[in-house]
Design a protein around this ligand. Sequence first.
Ligand SMILES: Cc1cc2nc3c(=O)[nH]c(=O)nc-3n(C[C@H](O)[C@H](O)[C@H](O)COP(=O)(O)O)c2cc1C
Length: 249
Amino acid sequence: MRPRWISKVVEALDLPKNKGKIVYQVATVDSHNIPHVRSHVHRGFIIPKSAPNLPLLVTSSDVRAPKVTQMLSNSSVEVCWWMEGSMDQFRISGKATVIPSPDNALKDVLSGVSRAAIALDEGGEIDREDGTDGRTLNKYDWEKKRKEVFQAMSPGLKASWCAPKTPGSRMASYDEANEWRTELGNLDELKTDEERRDYEIALSNFAMIIIEPTEVDWTQLGEQPNRRTLFTRKDEANGSFWVEDILVP
Ligand SMILES: Cc1cc2nc3c(=O)[nH]c(=O)nc-3n(C[C@H](O)[C@H](O)[C@H](O)COP(=O)(O)O)c2cc1C
């Protein structure tokens, strides 16, 4: 069964008054124990068929970004998702896994082993648009998923991943970026060799980020008196389950 917290997130997201509330903040800690936080666009959930109680959050980044280095040195992250319309806050703690291009050297430092990842290998993913379970040769196909998420991106975002400079590096002036590509279509829309080359560069810099929640703290400011519920994941030898506690808001 899916945990109650994810039903609440999906319910809140479906409300017309929360329309477009797909941006959350993701906090990381760097190798000097300094915290960093920034906005991310939620790109959906991955729900393992054989363990729907272990949903994953999907977001993305440029593999060259500082946040990726931080997630690799410390995979603990916290997401803070404020849904203004319904006045719900979901604070989701968990472990981040960066899924880079298979030709990126970082692929070798992925821990990769999590209960959800094992469940995805065993039974694949629920509710996929292509009707498959997302597996190739009985293993969950992370590269196929990474490409799907990349293809769904806007032309402007696709172009951002082929920028010649590393995110966060210094520029001589704002004008430097005027020379850079602003749009990149899907593979079947590319016309020139230059576009095809830039598409390959963008795809190789594109990283999918998966967050596996271990604790969800839900605050409902839309309720009077306000409500707060903590969902904690417990892992046991025969499976994982979620414990629910009511907290003082
Ligand atoms: C509304 C909004 C959504 C954003 N979504 C993303 C995202 O999904 N992925 C991402 O890498 N950066 C996203 N950004 C940019 C980041 O917040 C951040 O400024 C940038 O990636 C640099 O982060 P870093 O230095 O911590 O790597 C978004 C920014 C805004 C304002």
